[in-house]
Design a protein around this ligand. Structure first.
Ligand code: SAM
Ligand code: DTB
Ligand code: SF4
Length: 324
């Protein structure tokens, strides 16, 4: 199904509670209610990135205080993955501050990490910047479940956020990921200083990706000291909920993932986001370089709401069941 910009605009403009109600209905038709995918992030190579993303602590163009780290050893990454699994996560996402993947020993090591995580029975996800179709195929062969590559904002606002790459560069990588048969994890950041039209435009682009993303991360800007966006005005929380609801309605099968920014969001607002169809969170005290709610706080909230963790590879299991 193709959506026009007008369709998305009209949806976005509806009263918030109507949107949340519809999103909750769509969510329950397509997913098990009261279930949350618990994921853990690890920065496997930190800082020193040559892209100039205005929000990012890891760009060499920004002045954030950060301990740069070279690519981690496979065994150390797998140790962290094991800990994440023991702590209840079923998806492990590894991020490298690379503008793009270069063939060679570092990339081969990342493929080993992917294989190790997949062999543990966890869903594996990586985010490594731009990549070619051949590189995507190698990751697929290693067992990669999803590749995270965000569009971040609208095409119209993109050059106010990053100038070292284009929107089409991002779309090209997403095409390479699709050609290799890997799921895309693709979403954006809210609170970059974009307008409502930009948010509508981003959602319009995301829902018309073919295939639609398996996972849609909704990041709320974490303002990092030393970046051009450190003093951005905070986005109204109901705009955040509105985007989550619209994403759920437009992409019924996707995992709608609450990513950066949850530390500053009240539990009531998070509960409303879950009502509006968000069904995945990152747990653990750190995202890549910034803080995230403590695991106990998240488990307490899910317990209070009666929400249970989701099993790994559940979508594939249900496809097998359907096919049988
Ligand atoms: N270098 C790779 C790339 O950009 O695709 C992967 C790592 S990058 C840090 C992953 C994503 O984190 C970005 O696409 C962006 O959406 C999100 N992100 C980074 N810094 C953020 C911040 N300060 N607040 C919210 N989201 C952020
Ligand atoms: C995504 O969209 N959000 C995650 C994950 N994909 C890699 C990263 C959030 C990073 C937040 C800033 C930081 O911790 O550096
Ligand atoms: Fe580099 Fe990714 Fe940060 Fe951009 S968001 S500066 S590409 S690590």
């Amino acid at each position: 199904m193709t959506y026009t910009l007008e369709d998305v605009k009209a949806l976005y403009a509806r009263p918030l509670l109507d949107l949340v109600y519809e999103a909750a209905t769509v969510h329950r038709e397509n997913h098990t209610a009261n279930e949350m995918q618990m994921c853990t992030l690890l920065s496997i190579k930190t800082g020193g990135c040559t892209e100039d993303c205005g929000y990012c602590s890891q760009s060499v163009h920004n002045e954030a205080e950060l301990d740069k780290e070279i690519l981690m050893k496979t065994e150390d990454v797998l140790e962290q993955a094991r800990k994440a699994k023991e702590a209840g996560s079923t998806r492990f996402c590894m991020g490298a501050a690379w503008p793009k993947v270069l063939d060679g020993r570092a990339f081969d090591r990342v493929c080993d990490m992917v294989k190790g995580v997949s062999d543990m029975g966890m869903e594996s996800c990586v985010t490594l910047g731009m990549l070619t179709e051949e590189q995507a195929k190698k990751l697929a062969d290693a067992g990669l479940k999803a590749y995270n590559h965000n569009l971040d904002t609208s095409r119209e606002f993109y050059d106010k956020v990053v100038t070292t790459r284009s929107y089409d560069d991002r779309l090209d990588t997403l095409k390479n990921v699709a050609k290799a048969g890997i799921n895309a994890c693709c979403g954006g950041i809210l609170g970059l200083g974009e307008t409502e039209e930009d948010r509508v435009s981003l959602l319009h682009t995301l829902c018309n990706l073919d295939p639609q993303p398996e996972s849609v991360p909704i990041n709320m800007l974490v303002p990092v000291e030393g970046t051009p966006m450190a003093n951005n005005k905070r986005l109204d929380i109901f705009e955040w909920i509105r985007c989550i609801a619209v994403a759920r309605i437009l992409m019924p099968k996707a995992m709608v993932r609450l990513s950066a920014g949850r530390l500053e969001i009240s539990k009531e607002a998070q509960a409303m986001a879950f009502m509006a169809g968000a069904n995945a969170i990152f747990t653990g005290e750190k995202l890549l370089t910034t803080a995230n709610p403590e695991k106990d706080v998240d488990y307490e909230l899910l317990g209070e709401l009666g929400i249970k963790p989701r099993a790994p590879y559940k979508d594939e299991e249900s496809e097998t069941v359907k096919a049988a």
